[in-house]
Design a protein around this ligand. Structure first.
Ligand code: DQA
Length: 144
C-alpha cells in the first residue's frame, strides 16, 4: 500500500514555529517518524510539503492511480480552502485529514475544517502521532 502525505503551508518551519503549540520536532524528523511507523504497518509513504494552494491541489490530482490513500495536513487552508476540499472530492483516493494541534480546542476560526468534510475522517491533537494514526486509518480504508 502506498500513501501520499501532504503537509501544507508553514509546516516546513516545524521545530522553530510556535513550539509550544506544534512541538520541537522538525518536519524532517516527523517525516522519518511517519515513514518508519508506516513501514512497520507494511505501508510505503512519500511525504511532500507545499506552502501554496495550487501545488497542494496538483499533488492531490496526481495521486490518482499512484497512491492508495492521501494523508493531508492542510494547515490553515483547512479552515477556508474550498478549492482543496473540491480537489479531495474530485479524486477517487481516500483521504484522512491530520492536525498536530487539537483544532477543536483553539481559536474559533480554527474550529471548522472545510477540507475535513471532503475526507474519510480526521485526526487532530496528537502531535506527530496524528500522522501515524492517519496512516493506520488509511489502511482501514482498504479494509485492513
Ligand atoms: C495545523 C492547525 C492549523 O490551524 C494551523 O494553521 C497550522 C497547523 C496543525 O497541524 O495543528 O498550520 O494544521
Amino acid at each position: 500500500m502506498r500513501v501520499l502525505v501532504i503537509h501544507g503551508p508553514n509546516l516546513n518551519l516545524l521545530g522553530e514555529r510556535q513550539p509550544e503549540i506544534y512541538g520541537r520536532q522538525t518536519l524532517g524528523e516527523i517525516n522519518d517518524f511517519i515513514t518508519a511507523s508506516a513501514r512497520e504497518m507494511g505501508v510505503e509513504v512519500d511525504c511532500v510539503q507545499h506552502n501554496a494552494e495550487g501545488p497542494i491541489i496538483d499533488a492531490i490530482h496526481n495521486a490518482r492511480n499512484v497512491y492508495d490513500a492521501i494523508v493531508i495536513n492542510p494547515g490553515a487552508y483547512a479552515h477556508y480552502s474550498y478549492a482543496i476540499a473540491d480537489a479531495l472530492a474530485s479524486v477517487p483516493v481516500p483521504a484522512i485529514e491530520v492536525h498536530l494541534s487539537n483544532i477543536a480546542a483553539r481559536e474559533t476560526h480554527r474550529r471548522t475544517s472545510v477540507t475535513a468534510a471532503a475526507c474519510n475522517g480526521s485526526i487532530s491533537g496528537f502531535g506527530p502521532f496524528s500522522y501515524v494514526l492517519a496512516v493506520r486509518a488509511a489502511l482501514k480504508t482498504q479494509g485492513n
